[in-house]
Design a protein around this ligand. Structure first.
Ligand SMILES: Cc1cc2nc3c(=O)[nH]c(=O)nc-3n(C[C@H](O)[C@H](O)[C@H](O)COP(=O)(O)OP(=O)(O)OC[C@H]3O[C@@H](n4cnc5c(N)ncnc54)[C@H](O)[C@@H]3O)c2cc1C
Length: 305
């Protein structure tokens, strides 16, 4: 059943007619629900609303797996402008981005040049840039890029995925940097050779990683909509007297809005991941296809608090 659902959503995600219709007419449906808007400018009012409700934000310009240098450079310029606008408009927002959007699949030097430009601007404006983690063939390269830039810049963070066997060691290896880390369960379909196939094992590993990261003193973002994980974190920080300034919860825009507000009311920091861009249709469909549980996750998030 899961495989059928995945194939179905992958098929839909590549349907250029539906994508065109979504780009032309669907922006209004998606804006303010699952994405901020079709560009950063139109997302700003939703970001302000979130900020006014006590929620911090990280924005992500949709569109990964870029295969042309020209587009990778355009994405870089877009990202720089976004950082400058965040600073100018005094928004409480960081930036998330995927290495494939800057040219990871094309050439390492291209990514290096683009990241240098982005991080120079981010450092100048004191805005954190988080490198999202993509699928496993790109994991090592992403960690290498993070390490390379972490030696020089402070405003850089990355993501580790609890479903990968390798992550416990990656977390230990990154320990000396005491990095700002986002911990997630993992969104891609990976094989049992590299990832825990059972959800219960992913959840157990996730808890272990949260504990290790926090006890190492890392600023840790727990990015999950799972009540069980949120409750575990609350108990853990209480047990070890970890201050609320050392961690935050993160959730996707449009998911569990009432839970987000409740956490803020209880004194926790919450950051909402707000994607924007014309490519929202593919994001939405791929999200569901990558992990069929996201079918309910997406719809529950839109309809449930
Ligand atoms: C801010 C953020 C950034 C992310 N960045 C990355 C990244 O860089 N790389 C990557 O691979 N993945 C990323 N992810 C996705 C992540 O890996 C998971 O695929 C996704 O978050 C689903 O897992 P979960 O922990 O939220 O809950 P799941 O394991 O999907 O669900 C567990 C339980 O939580 C509850 N639940 C979950 N979602 C909802 C909902 N919407 N409404 C109500 N109840 C719900 C349900 O009870 C469900 O049974 C990110 C996620 C977030 C929130």
């Amino acid at each position: 059943m899961e495989a059928i659902a995945r194939d179905f959503f992958l098929y839909l995600s590549k349907n250029s007619l539906l994508n065109k219709i979504a780009q032309k007419r669907g922006g209004k449906f998606a804006a303010g629900k699952i994405i901020g808007g079709i560009d950063f400018q139109s997302s700003m009012r939703f970001i302000r609303d979130l900020n006014n409700s006590g929620l911090s934000v990280t924005v992500d310009h949709l569109g990964e797996f870029v295969d042309s240098e020209e587009v990778a450079n355009e994405r870089t310029e877009e990202c720089i402008q976004t950082i400058e606008m965040i600073a100018r408009e005094k928004l409480d927002s960081q930036v998330s981005l995927k290495m494939t959007s800057l040219g990871l699949d094309i050439d390492h030097n291209l990514v290096f040049r683009n990241m240098t430009k982005i991080l120079d601007t981010a450092e100048k404006n004191n805005i954190m840039v988080t490198i999202d983690m993509e699928d496993v063939p790109r994991c090592q390269a992403t960690i290498d890029i993070f390490r390379e830039f972490k030696e020089k810049y402070s405003c850089i963070s990355t993501v580790l995925q609890a479903y990968l066997y390798r992550t416990e060691q990656d977390l230990k290896d990154l320990g000396r940097y005491h990095p700002f880390l986002r911990l997630v369960k993992g969104a891609y379909k990976e094989s049992p050779e590299v990832a825990f196939p059972e959800k219960k094992d992913v959840d157990e590993n996730y808890k272990k990683l949260i504990e290790q990261s926090l006890l190492n003193g890392n600023y840790t973002a727990i990015a999950s909509h799972d009540d069980q994980i949120i409750e575990y974190t609350k108990k853990l920080v209480k047990k070890h007297n970890i201050p609320t300034t050392q961690f935050e919860f993160q959730m996707l825009y449009g998911m569990r809005s009432k839970t987000q507000s409740r956490l803020v009311k209880d004194g926790y920091k919450v950051r909402v991941y707000v994607p924007y861009g014309l490519d929202w249709y593919g994001y939405f469909m791929r999200r569901m296809a990558e992990r069929p549980q996201n079918i309910s996750f997406a719809f529950k998030g839109i309809f449930k608090g």
